[in-house]
Design a protein around this ligand. Structure first.
Ligand code: GUN
Length: 291
C-alpha cells in the first residue's frame, strides 16, 4: 500500500510556484494576487481562509483578506465582489462558503468574473470544464487529479465510484474522471444518499472517491483488494486530547481500508493540502485566462 502524500506534493508545487513568482518579479511582471472574502466567524471557515492567505504570502503572491460581519447585506457583499472584479491588481477572488442564510450564495459567487473565479464555481467555469476547455477547475478535484498524476495511478478503463454529488467535489470529480484524458477515461458511477446497494457498487470499484462528509463511512468490507481510495472528508470531531479540542476525520475508516489498497490518501495530509496547491495554481494561471 502506497500513501498518496498530498502534504509533500503540495509543498513541492508551492516551491515551484514560489520560483515562478520570483522570476515574474525579477522581470517586473504582474504578480498573482488573491482576494479572499470571509463573512462572519465560523471556526472552520476562519481556519481555511487563514491557510489560503498564508500560503499566498509564503510563495510571494499578493493577498488581500476582506472580512465582513455576518450582518453584511447582500448588496454590500455584491459591491465588494464588483470592486474586486474591476481592480486590476486582483487576479483571483474567492468568497468563502457557507455564507449567512440571508445572503443569496449563488448570486454572490456568480457575480465573480469567471476568469478571476479561482474556486471554479462560476457556471462559465463549470461549463468550460464539462467541454474540456481551458478554465479554473474546482480546487479539490484539481488537487486530486494532480495527486493521481504524480503517483502515476492508472485510471484508463477503471471503474471509479464517486460517493457524493456536491457541486464542489462529487459532481466535478465524476465529470473529470470520465473525460478523455489522463487522469480520466474511467467508467464512473456517482453514488449519493438515494443510492441502493452502495456496498456492492463500492466492491466493484477500482477507484473510490469518498466525498460525502460522514466520518469513517467507507469501511474495509466495502473495498476490494488493490483499490485506490481517495478520502475527501475533513469532519471535525471533538477530541479533548488536542489543543484545538477536535481532530479531523476522513470519510474512510483508514485502519480497515488501508491494508486492502494499492494507494490511499491519509487524513490529514492527503487531499486537504492539495486543495490549497490547486487554488494557488488557479491563481497563478488566472491572468492567462481571458473570458
Ligand atoms: N467552503 C468549503 N470549501 C470551499 C472552497 O473550496 N471554496 C470556498 N470558497 N468555500 C468553501
Amino acid at each position: 500500500m502506497v500513501l498518496l502524500d498530498g502534504k509533500k506534493l503540495s509543498e513541492e508545487i508551492q516551491a515551484e510556484l514560489a520560483q515562478k513568482v520570483s522570476h515574474l518579479k525579477s522581470e517586473g511582471k504582474k504578480i498573482p494576487h488573491l482576494a479572499a472574502v470571509l463573512v462572519g466567524n465560523d471556526g472552520a471557515s476562519e481556519t481555511y481562509v487563514a491557510s489560503k492567505v498564508k500560503a499566498c504570502e509564503r510563495i510571494g503572491f499578493g493577498s488581500t483578506l476582506i472580512r465582513k460581519e455576518s450582518s453584511v447585506t447582500h448588496a454590500e457583499l455584491m459591491t465588494v465582489v464588483q470592486q474586486l472584479n474591476s481592480d486590476e491588481n486582483i487576479t483571483g477572488i474567492l468568497v468563502q462558503l457557507p455564507l449567512p442564510k440571508h445572503i443569496d450564495e449563488e448570486k454572490v459567487t456568480y457575480a465573480i468574473s469567471p476568469s478571476k473565479d479561482v474556486d471554479g464555481f462560476h457556471p462559465v467555469n463549470v461549463g468550460r470544464m464539462v467541454k474540456g476547455l481551458p478554465c479554473h477547475l474546482p480546487a479539490t478535484p484539481y488537487g486530486i487529479l494532480m495527486l493521481l498524476e504524480k503517483y502515476q495511478v492508472q485510471t484508463e478503463g477503471k471503474h471509479c465510484v464517486v460517493i457524493g454529488r456536491s457541486d464542489i467535489v462529487g459532481k466535478p470529480m465524476s465529470i473529470l474522471m470520465s473525460r478523455n484524458a489522463y487522469p480520466g477515461n474511467c467508467t464512473v458511477t456517482t453514488c449519493h444518499s438515494k443510492t441502493k446497494n452502495l456496498k456492492e457498487i463500492c466492491l466493484s470499484a477500482d477507484i473510490i472517491v469518498a466525498a460525502l462528509g460522514r466520518p469513517e463511512f467507507v469501511t474495509g468490507d466495502m473495498v476490494k483488494e488493490g483499490s485506490v481510495v481517495i478520502d475527501v472528508g475533513i469532519t471535525r470531531v471533538p477530541d479533548a486530547t488536542k489543543k484545538s479540542g477536535f481532530k479531523l476525520k476522513g470519510d474512510v475508516h483508514f485502519e480497515s481500508v488501508a491494508p486492502k489498497c494499492s494507494f490511499i490518501t491519509p487524513v490529514p495530509g492527503g487531499v486537504g493540502p492539495m486543495t490549497i496547491a490547486a487554488l494557488l495554481m488557479n491563481t497563478m494561471n488566472a491572468s492567462a485566462l481571458d473570458y
